[in-house]
Design a protein around this ligand. Structure first.
Ligand SMILES: Cc1cc2nc3c(=O)[nH]c(=O)nc-3n(C[C@H](O)[C@H](O)[C@H](O)COP(=O)(O)OP(=O)(O)OC[C@H]3O[C@@H](n4cnc5c(N)ncnc54)[C@H](O)[C@@H]3O)c2cc1C
Length: 264
């Protein structure tokens, strides 16, 4: 990666002003994906000294700074307690510890990667995103946005929930990218279901969740029907690692198993 200039701003304003100066100026978090995806940049704007690497207890909410590493999240007691450690279940399967010591949650969310194992659990946790300058939106709205991001993600805010959760990453080798992933959250017998790496970016299976949430009794048949609805409402495709049919079969199987697990 060729870098003409390197900047380490001390304030968000300084970082934002630099970002706006040229379409070839780029924000740097852990740098792991950037290094692979971007051959050259004009100014690399390092977010390291902006104090965005904290996980804060805000009463009913947990506020995660964008520069928090995946490893920090994995070890944090607040995150371990959130929805039965759903984020930890997902993050702990990404490459290895040394890698997770560098990769950040902000880089993982801002990149909107179609293979992400992080967006899928964050969607069922109903994560809210905070940007500089002044803007807040749900993760779901952010994933629907098109075009280049011209603001700085500063925090990810998650409501504290203590229900059950399920996460499944299907991969060929232990440290591989996912072929597919499924996250389910449960609170008071109400569920949210998300499927990622289809290979499109993570999305909620809303019709499937509605069927479960409106059922007067949760039966095996309801879980089966919901898993079928989910594969019908979401778009699946083929890639070099898996066919559309295989992804659908995986999604149906793991949504069914996940629902049985969180609704037992
Ligand atoms: C070899 C390899 C294997 C991987 N395997 C997996 C996997 O199995 N599952 C998985 O989920 N992920 C995987 N990832 C992705 C990884 O977990 C991170 O999501 C990725 O590296 C981005 O995080 P980063 O901190 O390195 O961000 P960077 O690479 O520094 O930045 C990524 C992008 O986000 C932008 N950006 C960064 N921070 C901000 C911010 N605060 N506001 C706005 N924009 C910002 C950058 O400009 C850049 O465009 C893998 C990555 C690599 C390199």
């Amino acid at each position: 990666m060729e870098v003409a200039h390197y900047l380490k701003p001390k304030t968000l304003k300084e970082a934002y002003d630099a970002l706006l100066q040229s379409p070839r100026n780029v924000l740097l978090a852990g740098g792991l994906w950037l290094k692979r995806s971007t051959p050259s940049v004009e100014t690399l704007i390092d977010l390291d000294e902006l104090g965005l690497d904290k996980i804060e207890d805000e009463g009913d909410y947990v506020k995660i700074g964008a520069m928090t590493t995946l490893r920090q999240l994995e070890l944090d007691p607040l995150i371990k307690n959130l929805q039965e450690g759903l984020i930890v279940k997902a993050i702990s399967q990404i490459v290895g510890v040394a890698f997770r010591n560098s990769a950040t949650i902000g880089g993982s969310v801002a990149g909107r990667y179609s293979f992400s194992d992080i967006l899928t659990p964050l969607l069922v946790l109903d994560a809210k995103l905070v940007f500089y300058p002044k803007e807040e939106m749900s993760l779901q709205d952010f994933l629907n946005l098109k075009g280049k991001l011209n603001s700085i993600l500063t925090h990810i805010v998650i409501k504290k929930t203590r229900g059950l959760s399920f996460f499944k990453k299907v991969k060929i080798t232990a440290i591989d990218f996912p072929i597919l992933n499924v996250a389910i959250s449960e609170e008071n017998k109400k569920v949210k279901i998300a499927v990622g790496s289809r290979p499109a970016v993570s999305a909620l299976a809303q019709r499937a969740a509605k069927l479960v949430n409106n059922a007067s009794e949760i039966t095996d048949a309801i879980c089966k029907e919901a898993s079928q609805i989910a594969v019908e409402e979401l778009i699946f495709n083929s890639s070099v690692t898996a066919s559309e049919e295989y992804r659908k079969l995986l999604a149906k199987t793991y949504i069914y198993r996940g629902l049985k697990e969180v609704l037992k």
